[in-house]
Design a protein around this ligand. Sequence first.
Ligand SMILES: C[S@@+](CC[C@H](N)C(=O)[O-])C[C@H]1O[C@@H](n2cnc3c(N)ncnc32)[C@H](O)[C@@H]1O
Length: 245
Amino acid sequence: MIYDEIGTGYALGRRTDPRWMKAIVAALGDARSIVDVGAGTGSYEPAGRTVLAVEPSGEMIRQRPHGAAPAVRAVAEALPIGDNTFDAALAVLTVHHWTDWRRGLAELRRTAPRRVVLAYDTQLHAEFWFVREYVPEIADLELGRPSAPDIANELGADSVTPLPLPWDFTDGVFPAYWRRPAAYLDPRVRRSCSALAQTDPDAVERGVRRLREDLETGRWHDNHRDLLELGHWDAGFRLICSGAC
Ligand SMILES: C[S@@+](CC[C@H](N)C(=O)[O-])C[C@H]1O[C@@H](n2cnc3c(N)ncnc32)[C@H](O)[C@@H]1O
């Protein structure tokens, strides 16, 4: 299980962003019971509902905070849950890790009448400046992953809502630091992004070295003046809702 290796320290770099939490809670609507699939540390599990977390990595379960919802160790592709057991199924930034993502989505449909999935457009991630200018090898990984439009299509989505990244986003997803480039020089930041942790370390090292030089010479800032004026930027994150939304 890959997250038993790359998930160490996840809870430090990946902190719930209240703006995404608000959007997810709105999409869950009046669902009283929720199964959170690929739950990790439970960053977007709403309070005041009955939640069951499903997570295959023991390391991720170990980092769930004290008092978090109970977790069962299982994969999305074979949920140990009966048909229509929950009001809603939630899957946040996990579908791209599933070995058989279509089967996992079929499991979400089987177990809950409402499905809320947060995924990203892999094409837009591959066009992120860090990928395009510094570590183009990441594009191969991203473009091999299921993209938000494919996931929306497979789920028969009722709504797809873009979730732009605020400049001061608190959840360290890969493009979170789009306006704070020096953050990528920090190995702890890089460790909590699977796209960086799963790319050839030599390629990442080379790219980070060049980024460091461009920050020192001011070249990065010269090339990205347009970004520095933005408060939000669309990195491709999409909130997908299907069934009773
Ligand atoms: C980027 S983390 C997201 C965790 C959490 N949903 C969040 O938003 O913080 C991806 C999670 O998907 C889990 N995962 C990987 N393969 C999975 C599978 N086949 N079924 C369910 N979860 C899986 C990983 O173990 C990891 O916890």
